[in-house]
Design a protein around this ligand. Structure first.
Ligand code: DGJ
Length: 718
């Protein structure tokens, strides 16, 4: 009904011209959310509403004040933070934008797009605002294009936000997902007060190490799972970003998001178009549980690669061997992979480099992508065949963007790295970043991928790693006036490379990895099936890390491997990894028989009962590890016939009941504990039947109370 009403309003809006001070009202609904704009009698574009699609929007009697402009520009009357700041070819530092026209475009599946064209009345400077709507998912994707036709040189863009909507509420609670290496996506919430709060990254490449470009905003108290007016947003950009939240003197909140303009002013040529990355916004009055599901559903329908393709169960060798292996050991591991039921062996770092540049540690060989003759005397294709012969797929690790100074490549092309001239290059993890603005580097990086994959159809998976960020953003290739474009061009070229890889090798699946959470953005995820949330695989820490990412990224995209990190019980490690794209990364050839049996049982369960729910189920976070000693989450099948529930004790202390959400009130569910260690009896109301209403209103009693205890429950309707 809401959707129909929205559509009706749009039709009215597009056909009508308003009266009084409003020349036009532009209503852009997308499911539960709506953006309402007004073209004032002064031709400026003002925002009247952003958020709840049912909110009553009144056309004001007087022109709104200038800080209500949808895309405020610097220097001609706007005194709040500007979204666009440009210096024109004659040196004028101000910009003013007037509405010119707008159009609506319909795509398939109800997806539609409104494009609003704006121009500066005094300059041939043009901005098009794009708002693409996915009504099924209450999602809006917003970005801008900027261009000019001014005589006399370049217009310098100092600020170029992707969007800058205004939210009006009594309170604004901001949740960021910050952290550091091995502590990614940690949730921190605060109430915003007057002034500007900026969350950013200046790292350029692998830019998300200290925070991801995603956030929540709650408008009526702290963000809650199942109630409350909540916005969630995520920027589709792998590079440096800036998220600025300005509460003004009228208690309005302006949210400016986009590429971080610090050190990145852009000299725009006449006729050239600058396209900002898009920001995704969703809204729900039912809390962050629903905004998370909006993101997941949208990702499934419109973003991630092969959403319906099962993520394979991987046996990875990094934690087990690091760079120290040979063909014999790998083939033995293939046998083991087969025995426990793993579907793919992922050969990690260390398989390349020869002679003095043999990749025996992280100081050597990056850049020299010939297989190691010492470790793999029969080559990669032969090795991949050995895996496939044993019914195990074969995947390979690549880090195409990087080079060690100890490599043949660096000796031949020291000028290919990103660094500032006249400065001593600074190393990060003993390596440098190749300058992707340079055409030879673009070609070289594509050839790394192509030469590795093309000789063998048996290589069906790539882990794309990236282990350092930029500290000296300079290029020996770019001209002086384009130096500040480096990190923008780098990331656009990176997307082109990823695109070339995904379209050149459509059957090769891929994991995006950056020494942990470096690169998790929806700009990149369209080329990948999963990402590596963190190098921290201690299950105790992973619970919170995966919890954070789950606010934006679906479970099937979160690679989660069982390792020995933290020396926890194998059961806890397995139970935690099973709540994502399950895999194993431990020396299985050195595991005891009992451990192998336990792993094999985990694999069997994941295949038979859990993976389908990870792939298709809807996430319901039930009990937060941020508030209690327990973490509980469930994935409910779309027809609500089945669900799997994961419970983890992160500390001592009992949460007596777990109340479910997302079930069918009228169905009856039998609760069965899965993955019980042999000989152990379930402490739950095992094999008993409850109605969906009981489970949601009264809850299920929870017997867990000790740190490290965990349980996996299956709910099946009868
Ligand atoms: C960082 C990744 O996160 C690890 O899983 C592993 O692939 C190493 N790099 C290899 O250098």
């Amino acid at each position: 009904m809401k959707k129909l009403l929205g559509l009706f309003l749009t039709l009215i809006a597009f056909g009508s011209s308003a009266q009084g001070i409003a020349k036009k009202i532009i209503e852009i609904p997308s499911g539960d959310m709506k953006l309402t704009l007004m073209v004032g009698e002064d031709d400026r574009l003002y925002q009247l509403g952003f958020g709840d699609s049912d909110a009553e929007i009144k056309v004001p009697e007087k022109l709104p004040s200038r800080e209500m402009e949808f895309l405020p520009c610097y220097g001609n009357g706007v005194i709040t933070e500007a979204a666009i700041q440009a210096t024109h070819t004659d040196g004028n530092t101000s910009t003013d934008l007037n509405y010119v026209s707008h159009r609506n475009e319909q795509f398939g599946n109800g997806v539609n797009q409104t494009v609003i064209s704006m121009s500066d009345p005094a300059y041939k400077f043009y901005v098009d605002i794009y708002v693409r709507c996915y009504p099924e998912n209450s999602m809006m994707e917003i970005w801008n294009t900027l261009r000019h036709d001014e005589r006399g040189g370049k217009v310098v863009l100092y600020k170029y936000a992707s969007a800058s909507p205004i939210i009006k509420a009594k309170e604004y609670w901001l949740t960021q997902f910050c952290g550091r290496y091995k502590h990614e996506a940690t949730m921190k919430e605060e109430m915003l007060s007057e002034g500007i709060k900026v969350l950013d990254s200046k790292l350029g490449v692998r830019a998300n190490q200290f925070r991801i470009p995603s956030f929540l905003l709650s408008c009526d108290g702290c963000a809650r799972e199942n109630e409350g007016k909540t916005f969630a947003a995520s920027l589709k950009w792998a590079g440096s970003f800036q998220l600025a939240f300005e509460v003004d003197w009228n208690n309005n909140l302006r949210v400016l998001t986009g590429i971080n303009p610090v050190g990145a002013h852009y000299n725009l040529e006449r006729g050239e178009t600058f396209t900002t990355p898009a920001i995704l916004w969703t809204y729900s009055d039912k809390g962050k549980g629903e905004t998370s599901r909006n993101f997941h559903r949208w990702a499934d329908s419109h973003s991630i690669r092969d959403p319906k393709k099962d993520r394979p169960i991987i046996l990875n060798n990094w934690e087990a061997t690091h760079c120290d292996f040979d063909e014999k050991r790998l083939v033995a591991l293939f046998e083991d992979a087969n025995k426990i039921g793993a579907e793919l062996f992922l050969l990690d770092d260390g398989w390349f480099g020869n002679g003095e540049y043999s990749r025996d540690d992280d100081k050597h060989g990056l850049g020299d992508w010939e297989p190691s003759a010492k470790k793999l005397p029969n080559g990669l294709a032969h090795l991949a065949k050995q895996a496939v012969k044993r019914n195990v797929g074969f995947g390979i690790w690549l880090e195409p963007e990087m080079v060690n100074p100890n490599s043949r490549l660096y000796n031949e092309h020291p000028e290919w790295i990103i660094t500032q001239q006249k400065r001593e290059p600074i190393l990060g993890r003993h390596q440098e970043i190749l300058d992707l603005t340079r055409p030879e580097v673009q070609l070289y990086e594509w050839e790394i991928i192509d030469k590795t994959l093309s000789p063998s159809k048996d290589i069906s998976y790539v882990k794309w790693d990236c282990n350092r960020y930029v500290t000296q953003p300079g290029s020996t290739y770019l001209t002086p006036s384009r130096q500040s474009h480096l990190l923008i061009d780098y990331n656009n070229n990176l997307y082109s490379l990823m695109d070339r890889f995904a379209s050149g090798y459509p059957d090769v699946m891929a994991m995006l990895c950056s020494g942990g959470s470096g690169r998790v953005d929806y700009g990149s995820m369209q080329y990948f099936h999963s990402f590596w949330p963190s190098d921290n695989t201690d299950p105790l820490d992973r619970i919170k890390i995966q919890w954070g990412f789950s606010h934006f990224f679906p479970a099937k995209t979160m690679s989660a491997h069982v390792t020995r990190m933290g020396k926890r019980h194998l059961k806890l490690a397995i139970d935690v990894a099973m709540s994502g794209a399950f895999g194993i990364d431990l020396a299985i050839d050195r595991a005891t028989d009992a451990e192998r049996a336990q792993l094999a049982e985990g694999v069997r369960l994941y295949k038979s009962k859990i993976r389908s729910l990870i792939m298709e189920g809807e996430l319901h976070r039930l009990v937060s590890p941020y508030e209690t000693p327990l973490a509980a989450l469930s994935y409910v099948a779309p027809d609500k016939d089945r669900a799997v529930v994961f419970l983890y004790q992160t500390e001592d202390g009992n949460v007596p009941t777990v109340r479910f959400t997302g079930l069918d009130t009228d169905k009856k569910y039998t609760v069965t504990e899965l993955n019980l260690p042999e000989g152990e009896k379930s402490k739950f109301d095992n094999n008993l039947t409850f109605s969906g209403r009981q489970l949601m209103e009264e809850g299920l009693s929870n017997p867990l109370a000790k740190q490290f205890e965990s349980a996996v429950l299956e709910l099946k309707s009868i």
